[in-house]
Write a protein of this length. Sequence first.
Length: 339
Amino acid sequence: MSALDHAPVSPGLWALAWRRLRADRVAMASLAVVCLFLLSVLLAAAGLVAADWEDEVAVNYAPPTFVGPDPALAALARPAPPAPPNAFDPLAGDIAALKDQLAAAGAAVPAAKAATLPFGADKWGHDIVKKTIKGGQTSIVVGLVAAFVAVALGTLFGAVSGFYGGWIDDLFNWFYGVFTAIPSILMILAVAAVLQTKGVLTIVLILGLTGWTGPYRLIRAEYIKHKAREYVMAADAIGASSWRKMFGHIFPNVSHVALVQVSILVVGFIKAEVILSFLGFGVPVGTVSWGSMLNEAQNELILGKWWQLVAAASAMAVLVTAFSLFADALRDALDPKVK
């Protein structure tokens, strides 16, 4: 056995990053919270959780259980008292015949609506907990997919611009200057007003097409730095094509920058989706998201019904905070300058 077999193996970038993340308790706690939210998204998408969120299981605006039932709403949940024995009801026969027909047809008898729910109900009697989980599915999916679209565009544009340089670099820099000259929220609202269609795919396109500038700037700088290094020159000497050098040789060495940008943009895009849905440019009617819940809650606050606002805002705040802390820790873990 040679001495080379006993030589120590230097850990790679990802192994060192994972070692640093495991040593950071805040990062691991944030990662656990993010994984719980992602698990709820998968379960909701599979129909295992919150599939019946549209069922009217409670009276309108049923308060949370820890608040106690509203006497006026509880009276609506109770069945009507039976008529006195001597009262004459001219429709009694027709109603009895209709009940027999429904029973013969196998129609389900509507269940009594609850006067309270663990975290309350909205104006249609939907469970706020299930509605928050289903709304989180929409908001998180929009944030993740839009972030991947933006980073993919930014990586492609940055790679081409930084690698080729010249007039190609000038052209992409001109596009970059145009997009960054307009405030991001105004750019998002302008694109939303032009498209004039509502839907999850529309929001993803709006955010993805307007959010590529940050990844572009960083990836372009990395490609300018790496294209003059020895391993790229060696690939050029063996006849590798430009696209192979860009994405087969350079990109694996700058992929950590793209990954950090994804984690950062997810937070911003979740908040952007909430703002768009709150302003009426987001999800269509029949689709729930945290933004649409906040849009409904602004009218409910006038009536003193605060639980939908608290549920949606709390879920969004917890996820955004956890994702932000994890993104900061991931950026530090992947930074080779941090020991």
